[in-house]
Design a protein. Sequence first.
Length: 446
Amino acid sequence: MKVIVIGTGYVGLVTGACLAEVGTQVVCVDVNAEKINNLQKGILPIYEPGLEEIVSRNYQNGRLSFSTDLASVIGGATIAFIAVGTPPGEDGSADLQYVLQVAKEIGTNMSDYLVVVTKSTVPVGTAVKVNREIKQAMLDRGALIDYDVASNPEFLKEGAAVQDFLKPDRIVVGVNTDRAKETLEQLYHPFLLNGRPIIFMDIASAEMTKYAANAMLATKISFINDIANLCELVGADVNQVRKGIGSDARIGTSFIYPGIGYGGSCFPKDVKALVKTGKEYGHGLRILEAVEAVNNDQKKVLFNKIYKHFDGLLQGRTFAMWGLSFKPGTDDMREASSLVLINSLLEAGATVQVFDPVAMHEAGKTLKDSVKWCKDMYEAAAGADAVLLVTEWNEFRLPDWPRVKQLLKASVVFDGRNIYDNAYLHKQGFTCYSIGLSQSTVGVLS
Ligand code: NAD
Ligand code: UGA
C-alpha cells in the first residue's frame, strides 16, 4: 500500500516514519524545501526520541521518501493524510487555510481512488469542507475520480511520539463508506496487537473526539493546579492529595501533576478552538473558559512566588533557569511557560541565565540575546540569586546540591514542577518553594 503524508511536521513525520516501519510505502510531502532537503540528508527538523533512527532506517531501505512536489508523487497512492498545521486564528478558531489548500491540491492532482484522511486537529465540519475543495478542484479540470474523505485524529504526545504512534491506546477513525473503513483497517492492522482497539465512528464524532480528549486532559491539569493553589492557603500538600485522589481508578494517576501551566502547540490552541466552536453554536463551554483562565494565571505562579520572596525587589537580580521547553523530551517552545516567566523577570529588571539540554537552539530564535545562554545547569546557577526549575528534564532531578549551594548567591530554589524533595532541601539549608505546598508544612511530615 502506498501512502502520502502531506505536512512533514511533528505529526506528519512521525506518522510517515512509523507507517514505513511496519512495511507501508510512504512519501512525506512538505512545502518547506529546506525541511525536505535536510530530511533527504538525514537531518531532522525536530528533536523527538527514537525518531531519527526510524527515519534513517526506512529512508535507506526505500520505504520512506520525501518530496516537495505532491503532483509527482501522488500517483498510485491509496491514502493521503493531511497533517498540516491548524494554528489559532485571531479569534481563537482553528485556521483551516493550510488544510483546505492541501485538499485543493489533492483534488487537482489525484489520478486514482484515494482515501483522503484528515490527521490534523480540525473542528467538526471540516471534512465537509475538505470534500467540497476536492470536488471543486476535480470539476475545474473536468475529472471524475472516486474518493472518500475520512477523519483520523492523532493522539501522540511530543517527547513520546514514536512510542505513542507504534503502541496507541486506541486509533479513532471517522468514516462514511465501507471502502474507506476497510482501507484504513488494513493500514492500521499492524498497530492493533495486544488488543489495542481501532474505534470506527462517524466523521463528525471523530473530529469532536480529538478536541474532547485534549480538553479533558487540559481540564485535569487546571483542576489540580487550582487545588494546588488552595492547598498552599490551607496548609495542605498537593503531592499527598494527588496520590490520595489518583489511587481512585475513576480519577486515575495521570495528568494530575500540578505545575506552572500547560503549554505546547495543542492544549492552549485546542481549548480555545473548542470554546470558539461552542460560541458559534450558542453554547458557552463554561468549564473550558475557566480551564483556560486558570492556566493563564498558573503561568504566573512562579513569578509571584519569586516576587514575594524578594519583596518585589527584582531589579539587578540574577536567576538560573533550568529548562525552557514546554515539557521534557522535546525542543518545542510553543506556548512554553518559560517564556512567560522570562518575560516577567526581564520586565522587572532581572537577568536570566538559562540552560536546557535540547531546546536552546529553538528557544534562541525567540529569546535571542535577552538572556544569558549557559553550557549546563551549574553555569546557569553561578552567581544567581535563586534556581528556577521550569522543565523537569531527568538530568535536573538530582543535582549536586552542595555544588549548587556554593555557586548560588543565596540558597533559594523555586521548583515549578514539584520534582524536588522539599523537606530534604530544607535540611540542606535551602529555602525551597514548590507548587501546592505551603511553606509552613515543609519538613513537618518528612
Ligand atoms: P507542524 O507545524 O510541526 O508541521 C506542519 C507542517 O505542514 C510544516 O512542516 C509545514 O511546512 C507543512 N505545510 C503547511 N502547508 C503545507 C502544504 N500546503 N503542503 C505541504 N505541507 C504544508 O505541525 P504539527 O505539530 O505536526 O501539527 C499538525 C497538526 O496535527 C495540527 O493540527 C496539530 O494540532 C495536530 N496535532 C499535533 C500534535 C503534536 O504533538 N504536535 C499531536 C496531535 C495532533
Ligand atoms: C498533548 C496530548 O497529551 C496528546 O494526546 C495530543 O495528541 C497532543 O497534545 C496534541 O493534540 O498535540 P503534548 O502537548 O505533546 O500532548 O504534551 P503533554 O504531555 O500532554 O503535555 C502538555 C502540557 O501539559 C505540558 O506543558 C506539560 O508540562 C503539562 N502537564 C501535563 C502538566 O502540567 N501536568 C500533567 O499532569 C501533565
